[in-house]
Structures are given as C-alpha cells and as structure tokens.
Design a protein around this ligand. Structure first.
Ligand SMILES: Nc1ncnc2c1ncn2[C@@H]1O[C@H](COP(=O)(O)OP(=O)(O)O)[C@@H](O)[C@H]1O
Ligand SMILES: [Mg+2]
Length: 137
C-alpha cells in the first residue's frame, strides 16, 4: 500500500502520468472516490502517458475506447450502471481479456467484477489536499 498527497489538479495529472508510465499492458486500475475527488484527472494523466492527449470522462457513455496508439486504454465509468448485468452486456469479461489498460471510475459500485490483479486507487480529501491510497495486488 502506498499513500500520496496531491495538492493540485496539475499534480494529479503529473502523478497519473508517472503512474501510467510504470503500468504494463493488461493492468486493471479501479478508482474509488466521491464526485470531484479527482478520478478523471488521474485517468487523464494515465491516458497521456500512453499518448492519448484527449481523454474526457466517460460519464455519459459507459466506456471510452482509446485505441489509436500502441497500447489501448479502456476508460470505464460505472456511475450510471444500475445492475451488474449491464456490465456483462457491454462485454466486461472480454475487455479484461484484451491487451491494454483498463481504468474504471466508481469501481466500488461493482467491486466483485474485478480480478485479483486489480490495482485499487482510493481518493479522499483531507486538509492538505487529495489523499491517494494505492493498494497493489
Ligand atoms: N488535488 C486535486 N486533484 C485533482 N483535482 C482537484 C484537486 N484540487 C482541486 N481539484 C478539482 O477537483 C475537480 C476534480 O474533478 P474530476 O477529476 O472530474 O473528479 P471525479 O472524476 O472524481 O469526479 C476538478 O474540478 C479539479 O479542478
Ligand atoms: Mg469522473
């Protein structure tokens, strides 16, 4: 487990970028934190580390597929999903089998959907900024 304090949105982007640089294809990253915690900023940093400069929150779709660079990034948001059935219907299991990086915002809505090798990133506020708690498998 690792804890990091992030003091600004720029720091969040930079941290996501360096975190992304260390990931191998096949990594699954589960993000947990309230609305406005900084999940999307973290994801944007990760996406940029794989060469995707345009990376917007998939809140109005269930998954953004970024596939134009060497390593694909699949950016999910579970916020609007009502049942785990929807996850099976969009092919979650097939995504887990693909080469690439899986990023999931609101992952704690269906924690049971994640494989054992998932890296969990929990974001909370404290008086010094956002606190990231990273739990490695
Ligand atoms: N330390 C920080 N890290 C990330 N975002 C921050 C930070 N401090 C303030 N913010 C602001 O908080 C909001 C985070 O939004 P976003 O990344 O979309 O969160 P989420 O996806 O968790 O809802 C943005 O408006 C951003 O400018
Ligand atoms: Mg978001």
């Amino acid at each position: 487990m690792k804890e990091v304090i992030i003091k600004s949105e720029k720091e969040m982007l930079d941290f996501g970028f360096s975190f992304g640089k260390k990931l191998l294809s096949g990594s699954v990253i589960a993000l947990v934190g309230d609305l406005g915690a900084g999940k999307t900023h973290f994801c944007q940093g990760v996406c940029q580390s794989f060469g995707y400069l345009e990376c917007t929150s998939p809140t109005y779709t269930l998954v953004n597929e970024l596939v134009s660079q060497d390593i694909p990034v699949f950016h999910f948001d579970f916020y609007r999903m009502k049942t785990i059935q929807e996850l099976w219907e969009i092919g979650w299991v097939e995504y887990l089998d693909k080469d690439g990086i899986i990023l999931v915002e609101w992952a704690d809505i269906f924690p049971e959907a994640f494989p054992a090798n998932t890296i969990w990133v929990k974001i909370t506020h404290n008086d010094r900024g956002r606190k990231l708690t990273i739990i490695y498998p």
